[in-house]
Design a protein around this ligand. Structure first.
Ligand code: IMP
Length: 206
């Protein structure tokens, strides 16, 4: 496999500014320029996330954009996995209570479904999968998890999505009660990015 040594720029298959900034912090230290879909002078169609897993969705997004731009692309997919709900909302996290996406309706649906579930069975995790697609190479995956449990009621004002109902292991407050910096040290995305960074450092130096 060719390393990423010759790569000067990488495209992130996202228009989410928070995510793009996380990638910028990581790659620009390594001398690789990060571009978002909004930075490209090309029309990229909306990509339907039709996969049954985070890996499939990240792969669909990364490979679709890579086939259009013909250069390295990273895409991510993430969500909340609740054991007592057989893994739901999973890949449906963003639209669990229907469309358009509504964070409050989504987490209220999870709380309702877990109403009769006792604390020891409220285990859950956030999962993030990054897919790196390069022309002519197999797509690579980097996964990160953050284990925890589902609270009985929403608390906290920070973060987004299911943060107000998710209590990370080792804490007695929700993810939404942590500061952005505290969350960024334990989040699923942080762990996935760490794995990507390890791979990158190894392959940049090889
Ligand atoms: P996406 O990967 O940006 O499409 O995110 C999918 C959905 O998963 C989001 O809309 C949220 O509902 C949920 N999600 C992903 N990451 C987080 C997080 O860090 N906190 C809370 N919810 C999250």
């Amino acid at each position: 496999m060719e390393g990423i040594g010759q790569v000067e720029r990488i495209i992130i298959a996202s228009r989410n500014k928070g995510k793009i900034n996380e990638f910028k912090k990581l790659f620009e230290k390594e001398g690789v320029t990060v571009l978002s879909l909004d930075d490209l002078d090309m029309t990229i169609p909306e990509i339907e996330e039709t996969g049954a897993t985070f890996h499939e969705n990240a792969k669909i997004k990364a490979e679709t954009v890579a086939s259009i731009v013909n250069e390295p692309v990273i895409a991510d997919d993430s969500g909340l996995v609740v054991d007592a709900l057989n893994g739901r909302p999973g890949v449906y996290s963003a639209r669990y209570a229907g469309e358009p996406t509504d964070d409050v309706k989504n987490y209220e649906k999870v709380l309702d479904e877990l109403e009769a579930v006792e604390e020891k069975n409220r285990t859950a995790r956030f999962v993030a999968v990054l897919a790196l697609s390069r022309p002519g190479e197999e797509t690579l995956f980097f996964e990160g998890k953050c284990e925890g449990k589902i609270a009985y009621e929403p608390k906290g004002e920070h973060g987004f999505g299911y943060d107000p109902i998710f209590i990370p292991d080792g804490y007695d407050v929700t993810m939404a009660q942590l500061t952005e910096d505290e969350k960024n040290k334990i989040s699923h995305r942080f762990h996935a990015l760490e794995r990507l960074k390890k791979w990158l450092t190894k392959n940049l130096n090889s």
